[in-house]
Design a protein around this ligand. Structure first.
Ligand SMILES: [Zn+2]
Length: 334
């Protein structure tokens, strides 16, 4: 595992795990919530008491620093699960407060750094999937912790970032990748049900992590997956079958950034633990929400009650969902 050749400054933080547990398969851009120079951010991340680090930092003039080797897990996104897989990047803000704007020079360096990371790490070779939640490989700090990071400005540009990185990385192949399932496509699975055959009714197990489409054929609404790019299309190397709709979402084909059905987010509150998920599952059954477009959050410190956010649904679907919640006397907002 190598580090980027784009850096102009390096100061390695003591706050990290050496080495990271998993291969690099994600990128997590953060905002600094400040306009620090590379030396200043390195000084902060270098203090052991701060217990924080990022793999890279980008200053407002576009300069890039290495603060934690790519081979190591940084302490950045409040999620070992994410950070053992992710390259984390702190980006300076040239506006303090408000939209927490990021300079064009810093954003351009972020694109260049992401392209470079994707080129050097095989699990990112097919580019960035921005799904708007933790399933994709371009993740936000806010998916793992109640934080404003990466801020309104940078947060709103993740779709642009993925598009531009993929354009530079993949050129014309990109169009094909975004519209249809094809053999070898990377799938980012999270607890996906696996079946032994296209027709089996019994779930054989669940799979999480990066898998690949074994072939592009859809049989009885399912597709075959495999566990490495080397096994794509090879007989005897099929891990199992998963639903084609799940595969499409896991491949980022239904990209929230391109979803213009009305972009509605609902919060379902005040239900005991797990009921919120049941409501989401019912909504899924009635085709009111897209697979994966939900996020659970706890309302209380004891973590006994949760609410869920369902995003990217049309106003009509949101109205229908609201009606279901009202019938069940469940508090729904938004
Ligand atoms: Zn952050």
């Amino acid at each position: 595992m190598s580090d980027s050749g784009l850096i102009t400054y390096s100061a390695i933080s003591p706050s990290c795990n050496r080495p990271r547990k998993y291969p690099i398969s994600k990128i997590t851009p953060h905002h600094m919530a400040g306009n620090l120079s590379l030396k200043q951010i390195a000084e902060i991340e270098g203090r052991p008491a701060r217990q924080m680090s990022s793999n890279y930092a980008i200053a407002s003039n576009g300069d890039i620093a290495l603060l934690c080797h790519e081979a190591d897990r940084s302490w950045c996104s409040s999620s070992p699960e994410n950070d053992h897989r992710a390259i984390t990047i702190e980006v300076a803000n040239d506006q303090i407060g408000g939209n927490w704007h990021v300079s064009d020079a810093a954003f351009e360096s972020l694109i260049a750094l992401c392209v470079d990371i994707c080129q050097r790490n095989p699990a990112l070779a097919s580019g960035l999937n921005y799904t708007g939640d933790a399933r994709g490989n371009l993740t936000k700090h806010s998916y793992f912790k109640n934080t404003a990071c990466p801020g309104p400005y940078l947060g709103s540009r993740f779709g642009d970032l993925a598009k531009e990185v993929n354009r530079r990385l993949l050129g014309n192949q990109q169009e094909q990748q975004e519209t249809e399932l094809r053999a070898g496509m990377a799938l980012h699975l999270t607890g996906t049900s696996l079946f032994a055959a296209s027709t089996s009714q019994i779930v054989a197990g669940t799979r999480a992590g990066t898998y690949y489409l074994w072939g592009s054929a859809i049989v009885n609404g399912r597709v075959r997956i495999t566990n490495s790019t080397a096994n794509v299309g090879k007989s005897g190397k099929v891990t199992g079958w998963i639903d084609a709709t799940v595969a499409r979402a896991a491949a980022g084909i239904k990209d929230q950034a391109d979803d213009n059905r009305g972009l509605y987010t609902l919060e379902i509150h005040d239900c005991p633990n797990r009921s919120a998920y049941t409501i989401y599952q019912s909504a899924l059954l009635y085709d009111l929400v897209q697979w994966g477009y939900y996020r659970a959050k706890y309302c209380d410190a004891a973590k006994t009650k949760q609410f869920i956010q369902i995003g990217q649904i049309s106003k009509g679907d949101a109205d229908a969902l609201r009606m279901v919640c009202n019938k069940l006397s469940v508090d729904v907002r938004g």
